[in-house]
Structures are given as C-alpha cells and as structure tokens.
Design a protein around this ligand. Sequence first.
Ligand code: NAP
Length: 434
Amino acid sequence: MRHIAIIGSGPAGYYSAEAAQKKFGEEVAVDIIDRLPVPFGLIRTGVAPDHQSIKAVSRRYEKTNLGDNVRFVGNVTVGEDISVAELQSLYDAVVLATGAPHDRPLDIPGSDLPGVIGSAAFVGWYNGHPDFRDLDPPLDARSVAIIGNGNVALDVARILAKTEEEFTGSDIVGHALDGLKASKVEKIVFLGRRGPHQIAMTPKELGELGHLARARPVIEAGDFPDEGDDAMLEPGIRKSVTHLRHFQIAAADAHHKPIEIIFDFFAMPVAMEGDGRVEKLIVERTALDKDLRSIGTGERYALDCQMVISCIGYRTPPIEGVPYEHGRGRFANSEGRILPGLYCVGWARRGPSGTIGTNKPDGFAIIEAVAEDIGSGGRKEGRAGLDRLLEDRGVETVTFRDWKKIEEAEIARARDGSPREKFTDIADMIAALS
Ligand code: NAP
C-alpha cells in the first residue's frame, strides 16, 4: 500500500488525488488535508461567484471522494496542528497543493494606506473566505483604481459593476451583496503598465464587460497599435484585442450606462497619497522597450480614487523547513520534486498561471513522479498514524461526509435565486455538523 498526503483541497489537490486513484487503484490511500472544514479551495473562494459553470468542476472532485481510498481531512492546519516533517514520517509522499493565496506585494510609497486592498482579500471577501469576511472594503468610493490587466482584475471590476439582478444565480455571499448594493462606485479604472497587445485578460471573460447592465468599457482610440499588427498576435490575445476595439467603437451607443470602466494603458502606479485613506494614485506613463517590457517615460499624473485594488498576481506562502524560491513566490522544485518524499503541484509548483484545467496534467505528472520514486510503498503508517496524532492533539477533523452536511445547510439557507449561502465563519461551519 502507498500512503500519500496531499495538502490543499483545491483543483491541484483533487486532480492529483484522482491521478493517484487511476494510477494505483486500491493500492493507494490518499488523504487530502485542508486548513478549512470545507473543500475545493480556489473553486469555492477564488472563482467568481457569477461564474457558476466554472465552479461546477467540483462535481468531478466529489467523485474522487466516493471510494475509501481518498479521504478529505478538513480543519487541519499544516504547520500548526501537524508539521510537514511529521507528515513525511507518516506518508510515502507528501504533495503540497497549497496554491498561491497571498497577494504579490505592490511595493510603492503609500500602498499601506487604508483603502488599498489586494485582490486576494477582495476576492476572498465577496466569495466568503473566513479570513476576509471582515474586510469591509470602502464602497463609499466613487472612483476605484484596479491595478493589473489580468483575469482577476476583470473579475473584480465586473463584481463591482454588476447590479443586484445580475447576481441572480450566483453564490456571492450576503455580506458582499449588501455592501455592493449600497456602493457609490461610478468610475472603475484598469491600470495596465503595458498596452492592449500585452493584455492578460482572456477573450471569453473580457467579452462579458460589453454586456453589463449599467457599466460600459471606455478605451482611448490612441492607445491601440495599428490594426494590421493584430494579425501577428497569438489567437487568444488577438480575440481579446478585437473585443477591446469593439468596446471602443461601441462606446458611443452606451452613454446611458452610468458606470464607466476605463482602460488606462501604458500606466504604471508609482505612489499613493491621501490623508487617513487613499485619495490619489500617482501614475507614470510608460512605453515599451524592444523586449516589450514597460519603462517609465517620466510623465506623471494623478488619478483621484478612494479605493485601490491591486490585482498583480499571487504568491505561495512559505512553510517552515520547505525550500522556497523567494523571487518567484513558490516552493523551490524541479518538476514538482522538492526533497525526497516531498512534492508540490499546481500554483505552489509553477506560480499563479493558467486555467483550472492546467492543474489536471500537472496533477497527473506529479503522481507519475511519485510512482517512480516510491515504488510500491509500504513502509509508512499513513492515515492511522495521522488520526492518532490529531486525536492526541485534540484536533476536530471534518470528513467529506461532514462537508456534505455543511453543504446541505448552506443550500437550505440560500436566498432566492442563489445555489447556496456559504458559511463564512469556521465556527458556524462546525456548528452545522451538530
Ligand atoms: P495575471 O494574468 O498574471 O495578470 C497580472 C497582471 O498584473 C498583468 O497585467 C501584469 O502586467 C500586471 N502586473 C504585475 N505586476 C505589476 C506591477 N508591479 N505593476 C503593475 N502591474 C503589474 O494574473 P491574475 O489576473 O492574478 O490571474 C492569475 C491566473 O488565474 C491567470 O492565469 C488567469 O488567467 C487565471 N484566472 C482565470 C480566470 C477565468 O475566469 N478564466 C479568473 C481569474 C484568474 P504585465 O503583463 O506587464 O506583467
């Protein structure tokens, strides 16, 4: 029997467990350990609440939990309740699938002012992550700057711009819906340090901005390169640029929509200013060098804004004793191997890039590496040892069956038109079990 512990129950964790099941059949026992009492990581608390079709992938992960050879062990914090070294002594392989839940810091003067928020916190707030339920973003802001031109920036802008009706069918949490209903936001500005041809927003998601009930995208015609140059772009980016060009042409017909979503390209934030809270973002115009990197031109201007949301990527938090690559914000690894018996997968391995589906080949590849390294296993105690240790320490674990009870309670308390009302407090999740 092979004993595998996977830390983190998001897409990378579940695809790895599925791969282990397929590879080893009944000759494996996998424990998926998560800090929260609820599974699915990014699917539950990262994917936007109005993208329910993407969240539906969790049904595939549920199937992985149907057999006895894969367990969900929730409410266990690795590093507090149990160490990585202890897990290594119990399991043939320990796979870190901890994602990249921390914001890349925006190191500019004033970025610690109240009203400056990272996307991990803002996304966690509207998705009901227990760590961010009390964020209380300043939605009295009339003007919001969003730094970054990726899909997270897009999610954040769309959520800020939608009407209450547009959240029908979503599982946005009640506290966020209430906050957004009272929001004063009338101007949202995307700051991209490069141009339309370097946009990281993908076409399907970008296209949604053109169909919002009360918000309209606004782009300066002068920011575009010659249309003929679009032909040289990779097809995905070309489609995104086509959307941008369409937004620019369609803007004249959308004046009745009161919220502007402005694309400010070639714009690099250099400082934030304000008295007690952010009031101004100082921006430097950029140009591209021959390697398409942004360089400041020296021309500066001030953008009035009362909230700034930085969407510039994420980092994996280090774990004591696990080699870490500080520059890239992920575990130091070679094709997922960190140390003998210790692996990483997904964003914890490669950094925050790609779609949810990218984690599938990643999960399958790491299990191939595990198979090569551990052979038929058999020398470790596995889950019996984990259970004993956690019981001795008084840790109350949550099983997959327990999670189904929490889920049932979340479905039962959903408001009309919503699939569930998530619990946002760990104590409430645990209380739902009794
Ligand atoms: P991302 O796609 O890497 O975009 C990050 C953006 O931040 C880029 O525009 C980048 O500009 C900019 N940036 C980085 N450092 C900056 C700085 N110091 N100052 C100003 N701008 C800076 O990351 P993401 O939006 O966090 O998304 C992470 C991954 O999740 C991506 O693969 C994304 O596609 C995926 N995702 C998908 C969905 C979906 O619905 N399909 C939703 C959310 C996320 P440069 O290009 O100049 O570096």
